[in-house]
Design a protein around this ligand. Structure first.
Ligand code: MLT
Length: 396
């Protein structure tokens, strides 16, 4: 019996697990301190009232024989029509027409971003930006694929563009980006689509933060770009949009035109999902469908505005301290340069010990993240103000 030894090549622990562990250790040593977490991008606002109402109705459906639901409909990999139609409707508003067979309901973007790799050979070369959401790198290390990096630095505004000299088969793009908060314009995405088509590559496009986009030049879906249906898969989530981190629901779009090695990737994905996945609960799906109603849209926009206000609070604090940062406008993340030449983990410890504020060290997202630090706007508003006051006192 042999284990998958590639797991041994991974760093000891997942970035957010290490941050969590260090925070717990500090709290155990100093139970009297009030520690404020602006680290993992986990939401703090309760679910929107219309989501709660829809979920309550779904629970009630489950209590009666006539309306009880077992497994979801296998026609569309266990996605209910009500949710699939709502998602199609939301894409139509962006000028993107989808068919029901192209919409796959998931339990969130993270699982699908990892699981999609089942469709691809180990021989593929993977291109990921650096810094990047650690899931893209770790899942490919587990799968034994060669990884090449596209440098995202201050010089290119943390938005690397395709390099003709680099050969890649699978390309990860996250926009608005986690961790840097930078977001691609449609023009920039067009260059990536052209590159992918030329390379016969597939773009895995993580759009988990698209609801935070306010600038109309920025793309909310890669399918706004011509040609993307032939080369891209898009991953979306209700986690950050509608506060579903504890509910779990997302969706993945695999267009019918996406053919590689003579096979339709949407067919392969349907085959994979029906074998290894039994769908998302009816209750979660009904809650998610409510997000797309007029009332739902208004309510989740209110929550997003709340988080954006937090982003403004952090941005003002960094401005006052003259600290370089990106993000915070079309994104819930602020990506800042560690002051006084500290490296990322040094600044993490310094902030935890002296301001009792927790952030995420940039180096955990890749080598180009060293010397940087990520703060999230997903915290409680009063706590965010308090954290900023403490940071200002410490660093001024
Ligand atoms: C983050 O903090 O980067 C996110 O919460 C991670 C995730 O969504 O899995």
């Amino acid at each position: 019996m042999k284990i998958n030894e590639r797991f041994l090549e991974l760093k000891d622990s997942y970035l957010f697990a290490k941050v969590g562990q260090k925070t717990s250790e500090y709290k155990l040593k100093h139970p009297e301190k009030k520690v404020i977490r602006l680290s993992i991008g986990d939401v703090t606002r309760p679910l929107a009232p219309c989501v709660i109402k829809a979920m309550q109705k779904a629970v009630s459906d489950m209590s009666k024989k006539e309306t009880f639901k077992g497994y979801g409909p296998d026609r569309f990999c266990y996605g209910y029509d009500a949710l699939i139609d709502s998602i199609k409707g939301s894409y139509l508003k962006k000028g993107v027409k989808l068919e029901s067979e192209e919409v796959f309901i998931s339990d969130g973007a993270k699982s699908d971003l990892g699981n999609i790799l089942d469709l691809f050979s180990e021989e593929n070369t993977v291109l990921v930006p650096d810094p990047v959401y650690p899931v893209y790198v770790d899942t490919n290390v587990m799968g034994g694929r060669k990884i090449v990096y596209a440098d995202a630095t201050e010089k290119n505004g943390f938005l690397p563009m395709p390099d003709k000299k680099v050969k890649a088969d699978i390309i990860y793009i996250c926009s608005p980006n986690n961790p840097t908060g930078a977001a691609y314009t449609r023009e920039q995405l067009k260059a990536w689509v052209e590159y992918a088509l030329k390379e016969n590559a597939v773009i895995l496009y993580d759009a988990a933060y698209e609801y935070f986009i306010e600038d109309s030049a920025l793309a909310r879906s890669i399918f706004e770009v011509e040609g993307a249906r032939e080369c891209a898969i898009e991953f979306c989530s209700f986690s950050k949009t509608a506060g579903f981190t504890g509910v779990r629901c997302g969706y993945t779009i695999v267009p019918k035109e996406l053919i590689r090695g003579g096979a339709s990737l949407s067919r392969l994905w349907a085959r994979r999902q029906s074998t290894k996945f039994n769908g998302v609960s009816y209750i979660s799906q009904m809650g998610a469908a409510a997000v797309f109603t007029e009332e739902g849209e208004r309510e989740i926009r209110e929550n997003i505005a709340y988080y954006k206000k937090n982003a403004g609070t952090v941005a003002r604090c960094l401005d006052k301290l003259n600290i370089f940062y990106t993000g915070g406008k079309n994104s819930p993340y602020l990506w800042l340069k560690c002051p006084r030449g500290m490296d990322s983990w040094e600044f993490f410890d310094y902030l935890l010990e002296n301001a009792n504020v927790v952030g995420t060290p940039g180096s955990g997202f890749g080598k180009n993240g060293d010397g940087f630090f990520r703060l999230t706007a997903f915290g409680d508003a009063d706590e965010t103000v308090e954290a900023c006051e403490r940071i200002e006192r410490l660093l001024k």
